[in-house]
Design a protein around this ligand. Structure first.
Ligand SMILES: [Zn+2]
Length: 375
């Protein structure tokens, strides 16, 4: 029989602290696996079947916990990632600590807090008499922060089997949950020019950096905030020395689009970028790596249901769209998906990352009620 801890903020926070104090940078799989082992261990007294999928391509393992009931028909899929963007050792700069209503730590808000409250809510569900009519499958992944290259297929497969998908990414701006996310594209630009002695033979050179400047201006010109399209040239490199006409230049680009039509248009524009200079070649690679997540009819009624549960619990649930991508982007095209169900707080990916302790109980209870009432 599973132990019940009820929905006490301090009890939940102690559980989160344990997960936060095991640092889990995406690129250090042995650390991610340490936490995966702890999470697996914490499922030992719960009525679940565990499947641990070995990590590949330098990423950690994924863990799938399936409730012993309701697995013969479409149920509830809960998506949480345990990796963080913070490098190893960052916890010395951002140790777990509580100040007033804020609890700090690497990944505490994005998203160990959310992953933990969903687990806690499941534990409470198992301890109580009022089990959910639907089966619950909770996936803990290891690579969301780099775009989920090794978990995407698993998420898509389980997402298609599910009736509802609940994603425990952080809440936004005062507890809002997420019913729409932009699609995300990533691209690389490789430019090759002709090197020369910049002082004695400038006429022989074709500058790759100069061409990159043209390309950057074209990319920046694609930004259209009224349409919600953003293009960011986030990394540039090029050249070797001040007195050499640069032979090579390179850039990395992030594209965000609100819908599929814009995705087609802007992916095409970026991949179609050409050199304006004879003797200089421009090659662009990349693609949309997360499809846009648009609010569907099924997603809208799932949101309305969650909103009425929140009202019963005494708080207002508001939905929003965000430019940030998540694993919800992979499931939303096929299955009703609600995202941002994790904890409230601020400072994701920063040295002041924090959750609001007062958000733990209501958000955990909301997940618990969703488990109990979705049918
Ligand atoms: Zn996240």
């Amino acid at each position: 029989m599973a132990r019940s801890n009820s929905f006490d903020n301090q009890t939940i926070l102690e559980g989160i602290r344990r997960w936060v104090e095991i640092e889990t940078p995406t690129e250090v799989p042995e650390q991610v696996n340490k936490l995966i082992s702890v999470v697996a261990e914490q499922h030992r007294d719960l009525p679940v079947t565990l499947e641990r999928i070995a990590g590949v391509d330098g990423c950690g393992d994924h863990l799938v916990a399936r409730s012993d009931w309701g697995q013969d028909r479409p149920g509830i899929l809960v998506l949480s990632h345990l990796d963080t963007v913070h490098p190893m050792g960052f916890i010395a700069r951002l140790p777990f600590k509580v100040e007033g209503d804020s609890a700090f730590g690497p990944g505490i808000y994005d998203m160990k807090g959310g992953a933990y409250i969903a687990h806690h809510a499941f534990r409470e569900l198992c301890a109580g008499a009022d089990r959910s009519p639907l089966g619950i499958t909770h996936i803990f992944t290891s690579d969301e922060e780099i775009g989920s290259p090794t978990s995407r297929a698993l998420i898509e497969k389980e997402g298609r089997k599910a009736k509802y998908v609940l994603v425990t990414e952080p809440a936004r701006d005062g507890g809002k949950i997420v019913t729409g996310r932009k699609g995300v594209g990533r691209f690389e630009v490789f430019i090759k020019g002709v090197p020369a002695h910049a002082g004695s033979r400038p006429e022989d050179g074709r500058s790759a950096i100069r061409e990159l400047a043209n390309i950057i201006m074209a990319l920046e010109g694609m930004n259209d905030l009224t349409r919600g399209v953003t293009v960011n040239v986030g990394v540039v490199r090029g050249g070797t020395r001040p007195n050499v006409t640069p032979e090579e230049a390179y850039a990395e680009i992030d594209l965000r689009v609100p819908n599929f039509a814009d995705a087609d248009e802007f992916v095409g524009k970026i991949l179609g970028l050409k050199s304006n200079t004879e003797g200089v070649s421009v090659r662009v690679t990349g693609a949309l790596n997360r499809p846009p997540y648009e609010k569907s009819n099924a997603g809208a009624s799932l949101f309305e249901h969650a909103k009425s549960l929140a009202t019963e619990l005494g708080f207002d649930l508001i939905d929003t769209h965000t430019g940030g991508g998540s694993d919800g982007n992979f499931t939303a095209p096929d299955t009703a998906t609600l995202d941002g169900l994790g904890v409230d707080g601020k400072g994701a990916h920063t040295h002041y990352e924090q959750l609001y302790v007062s958000s733990l109980e209501p958000r955990a209870r909301l997940l618990h009620r969703l488990y109990q009432t979705l049918r």
